[in-house]
Write a protein that binds this ligand. Structure first.
Ligand code: CP
Ligand code: NVA
Length: 303
């Protein structure tokens, strides 16, 4: 039975811990310069309907380090759902490849790919979620704190795809998760309810950033306008202004708080230079960890 990684909840709590342990091992191999050819001779097809720096480069470099090969298929290459039906692409790519990773707009498309592919499908971001990102994020938190006990994460900004993946994670690992967002930019209600119903974590939605960050271990933000929402950019800039992560807000959080951002950042909008370049920021460790964690995910799915 092939396994997909479309949502963090595709892994059990124990499997999440195993992926984090494997990520740490693989990171050490890279640091020592030791070969770790766990996917020798395997290929990964990477479908991108949207731009990417981190996801593309970390998957491609990661696959090479594991002894395999990755193929980039950009928006103009296969015309997912336009030149060819999603299910036909899924079957086709399964003929040539051992793994498929896809970044798509419509979440239904990743579900359809996974349904029809005979090889494992990995979600490289959809309009709904971004599981690889948040697996790398929690690995980074673990590295910096040394443990995941009594964790408070405050996400400041849009209740978007990245926040949704934090909710999925909160269904598996205990944490206090708070979103501080403008009214009207709350996350998917069903997902919030499902996360609360799991009874693992405490979920709070607030409209007061200053109050929400108090005592947080992590102050996390993301762009105000996600890929595909470009028409709303001006309106969002205005509405999200009180939710900028600046030195003042970090002061309300406290010295213990790390600053995280999935990147790319829009400096001067959701975060100031002072914060992202400041001593509490761990954004480039976070970005580096995409590599190690995704390698661990690919190895895990490959059995
Ligand atoms: N964080 C992230 O996924 O970055 P890219 O969009 O550059 O891949
Ligand atoms: N929310 C952002 C994340 C980018 C990695 C977007 O979807 O554009």
């Amino acid at each position: 039975m092939k396994r997909d990684f479309l949502h963090i909840t595709d892994l059990t709590r124990d499997e999440i811990h195993e992926v984090l342990e494997l990520s740490a091992r693989l990171k050490k191999e890279v640091q020592k310069g030791s070969p770790h050819l766990l996917l020798q001779g395997k290929t990964l097809a990477m479908i991108f309907q949207k731009p990417s720096a981190r996801t593309r480069v970390s998957f491609e470099a990661g696959m090479y380090q594991l002894g395999g090969h990755a193929l980039y298929l950009g928006p103009a290459d296969i015309g997912l759902g336009k030149r060819e039906a999603v299910k036909d692409i899924a079957r086709l790519l399964s003929c040539y490849n051992d793994l498929i990773m896809a970044r798509v707009f419509d979440h239904e498309h990743i579900l359809e790919l996974a349904q029809h592919a005979t090889v494992s499908v990995i979600n490289g971001l959809t309009d709904f979620n971004h599981p690889c990102q948040v697996m790398a994020d929690i690995f980074t938190v673990l590295e910096h704190r040394g443990h995941l006990d009594d964790l408070k994460i405050t996400f400041v900004g849009d209740g978007n795809n990245v926040f949704h993946s934090w909710l999925f994670l909160a269904q598996r690992l205990p944490m206090e998760i708070v979103l501080a967002c403008p009214e009207g930019y709350e996350p998917d209600e069903e997902l919030v309810e499902a996360t609360r119903a799991e009874g693992v974590s405490q979920v709070n939605i607030s409209h007061d950033a200053r109050e929400a960050v108090r005592g947080a271990d992590v102050v996390y933000t993301d762009v105000w306008t996600s890929m595909g929402q470009e028409e709303e950019v001006e309106e969002r800039k205005r509405i999200f202004q009180p939710f900028q992560v600046n030195s003042d807000l970090m002061k309300s959080a406290g010295d213990q708080a790390f600053f995280m951002h999935c990147l790319p950042a829009h400096r001067g909008d959701e975060v100031t230079d002072e914060v992202i370049d400041g001593p509490q920021s761990i954004v480039f460790d976070e970005a580096e960890n995409r590599l190690h964690v995704q390698k661990a995910i690919m190895v895990t799915l490959s059995g």
